[in-house]
Design a protein around this ligand. Structure first.
Ligand code: GTP
Ligand code: MG
Length: 215
């Protein structure tokens, strides 16, 4: 797909024809999201019936917006083509799994990655190695096959695992990120947020300890 063709064409049919491969690729990512979501829900259901509790609280799926895809490709200095996008962007399909306790994150992520149709591309453990700002989450890039009428295609999906507390923290930190330029002293807020991250970490493990005492 060439962007020039898209911009210059006066012919709507031609534009649509040009966009078709992109629309198809997005549909493939959507299918991959459905596969991952189902796998996680199956684990949750099985776990609930065996241990009488849910290993995760909630799950959210999202597809990256076309504009964000184009912007990210530009940032990376890559030419826009379906092949380049599918090869280089790993977060077009994103799943966020919110767990109650840190140890559940490792339980669920291991149960997912050991399934024999899943390929693990990359693991970033920001729980064992938090970012300097205090960000914590477990990130996986996995490839999952989708079965189309005439092919089996592996699609990349980014799966982020967080506790409720980590998610609460990350959403406030996200606000700081895009409001930063309008703030007088963003560094003071960043410092306060880092303190919150430390408090939240301590709380996550304290709560986990209490849970294990109750079991
Ligand atoms: P992106 O290009 O931004 O996707 O990041 P990356 O390729 O360096 O990968 P990384 O695994 O570090 O981050 C992927 C995603 O994790 C981001 O798009 C955010 O959703 C989330 N994330 C990473 N770092 C932070 C952070 O400091 N704060 C918040 N709120 N979210 C973060
Ligand atoms: Mg991203």
């Amino acid at each position: 797909m060439s962007m020039e063709l898209l911009m210059n064409s006066d012919n709507p049919e031609k534009v649509l024809q040009t966009m078709q491969p992109f629309i198809e690729s997005m549909m493939h990512y959507e299918c991959a999201l459905m596969e991952i979501e189902t796998k996680l829900k199956v684990l949750n259901t099985e776990f609930a019936s065996q241990y009488n509790r849910n290993p995760f609280e909630s799950i959210r799926c999202r597809l990256k917006k076309p504009l964000s895809i184009v912007e990210k490709m530009k940032r990376k200095g890559l030419e826009i083509s379906i092949e380049n996008i599918e090869e280089n962007l790993t977060d077009i399909a994103g799943v966020r799994v919110i767990c109650s306790f840190p140890e559940d994150i490792y339980t669920v992520s291991e149960l997912l990655t050991k399934q024999d149709d899943i390929r693990v591309v990359c693991v970033k453990d920001y729980i064992r190695n938090p970012k300097p700002n205090g960000y914590r989450s477990l990130h996986l890039i996995v490839e999952i096959p989708i079965f189309l009428s005439n092919e089996k295609k592996y699609m990349k999906v980014e799966v982020q695992f967080r506790t409720i507390a980590m998610d609460f923290w990350a959403s406030l930190d996200h606000k700081l990120k895009y409001k930063k330029d309008n703030l007088k002293h963003p560094e003071i807020i960043a410092k306060e947020l880092k303190k919150c991250a430390d408090t939240i970490t301590a709380m996550d493990y304290k709560m986990q300890e209490i849970r294990s005492l109750l079991e």
